[in-house]
Write a protein that binds this ligand. Structure first.
Ligand code: LFC
Ligand code: MG
Length: 428
């Protein structure tokens, strides 16, 4: 890294996309999401920029923006070298400040803000280096997880060649066919289209009404046939026993997993559900709202999940995702990241490639989520080939958005929102 690079400015914007107008992204708990981001740009005195974001559903993004602003004092004025020279210490500074940690610690809005800020730092670092950063294990804060994974253990990973990834890509599944607000007709059309594009793994939203779920799962299973893979996602809708009963009714459709059956905080509840559903051949997947490595540690220790769904913008950036990927490997539980939203696919492909190339070296029971929306707003959008993620080639964390998109969708002053408000009375 040439010379010192001082971060002189941090800017953050509230950028929202009106996806609720067409029910994209809808599930049993989030019926009208407007996919949004708190979008961060950090700038150095040498003219370099790093871009970061965290994903939100519309309302409340302004609160995350406020939290990012509160964290900016830790970043502005520091050199990139200072930060990445001891990234573990910097991570701890951000997450464990003696006053600020009271509004977390390492959870909720402040954790989302930490992810947005640190995602920008990782992007900047990778751009300045012009390649993927090294010394990854030294970026992890092992505090609270040494009973599950030590630094020494983390250093002894498996390694696999990246040639295979460059050739074939990383296997993906699609959630785009079966959002809960889509009609049966839409479901059919989207499944037909996805099948014609070689998709073999499909996720269906469930949990609002059992009869609807039975009908929709039957329809999708009929469309995709017995050999393709089906997953179901309840987005935290049920109590523990209710989850077991409800999913048992859907067992005939042979789902590989039930995702987020109950509260994301209920580790023992997930363990009970996992145990009850194991004889039916249905695993439990969770993680998109699991806010830190300690929660994942307990889920793993309690055998409460069979698929680890890391999230690039919920955990504290790459640093904390690495910790979870390494723990999952030690516990022999596959990582199948949560993606979709705005930018999650762009970011998460870096993490899952790292998992394959440097940690798990396996594709057994592994796949990465894909959702077909909003990629056009990114400078390095995801590329899918034969239902697989193609490895990104541009330096950085693929977090940079197109300037025009940020301007037009900025909330509430961007022209898209101004027009919606004027013409349709859409709530702003
Ligand atoms: C509100 C969102 O679209 C969620 O439904 C979505 O992230 C989902 O849980 C998923 O697994 O993709
Ligand atoms: Mg989900």
């Amino acid at each position: 890294m040439a010379g010192a690079t001082t971060i002189v400015q941090l800017r953050v914007s509230d950028v929202r996309f009106p996806t609720s107008l067409e029910q994209h992204g809808s599930d049993a708990m989030h019926t009208e999401p407007d996919y949004s981001v708190a979008y961060v740009v950090i700038e150095t005195d040498g003219g370099h920029e790093g871009y970061g974001l965290t994903f939100t559903l519309g309302k409340g993004t302004e609160v995350v923006v406020c939290a990012v602003e509160a964290l900016s004092a830790f970043v502005v004025g520091r050199t990139l070298q200072e930060i990445v020279g001891d990234f573990r210490a910097f991570y701890r500074l951000l997450t464990s400040d003696g006053q600020m940690r009271w509004i977390g610690p390492e959870k909720g809005v402040i954790q989302l803000a930490t992810a947005a800020v640190l995602n920008a730092v990782w992007d900047l670092w990778a751009r300045v280096e012009g390649k993927e950063p090294r010394k990854l294990v030294s970026c992890i804060d092992f505090r609270y997880i040494t009973d599950a994974l030590t630094e020494e253990e983390a250093l002894g990973g498996c390694f696999s060649s990246h040639e295979e990834m460059l050739r074939d890509g990383y296997p993906a599944y699609t959630t785009s066919c079966a959002w809960i607000g889509y009609s049966d007709q839409q479901l059919k059309e989207l499944c037909t289209k996805a099948l014609s594009h070689d998709w073999t793994r499909f996720k269906v939203k469930v949990g609002a009404d059992l009869q609807d779920d039975v009908r929709r799962c039957r329809l999708v299973r009929q469309m995709i046939g017995p050999d393709n893979t089906l997953m179901i996602d309840a987005n935290q809708r049920w109590d523990v026993q209710e989850a077991i009963t409800w999913v048992s009714h859907l067992a005939e459709f042979k789902p590989l997993w039930i995702e987020e059956p109950t509260s994301p905080d209920d580790i023992l509840g997930h363990a009970v559900i996992s145990k009850a559903l194991a004889p039916l051949g249905i695993g439990v997947a969770t993680g998109e709202q699991c806010h830190n490595r300690v929660m994942f540690k307990q889920l793993l220790q309690a055998s409460a999940l069979q698929f680890v769904q890391i999230d690039s913008c919920r955990l504290g950036s790459v640093n904390e995702n690495l910790a979870v990927i390494l723990m999952a490997c030690k516990f022999h539980v596959p990582v199948c990241p949560h993606a979709g939203g705005v930018g999650l696919c762009e970011l998460v492909r870096h993490l899952i490639l790292f998992d394959y190339i440097s940690v798990s070296a396996s594709l057994q029971n592994r796949m990465c989520e894909y959702v077909d929306h909003l990629h056009e707003h990114f400078k390095s959008p995801v590329v899918i080939r034969n239902a697989c993620y193609v490895p990104p080639k541009d330096p950085g964390y693929s977090t940079e958005m197109r300037e025009e998109s940020v301007r037009r969708y900025q909330y509430p002053q961007g022209e898209v929102w101004q027009t919606l408000q004027a013409t349709r009375g859409h709530r702003t």
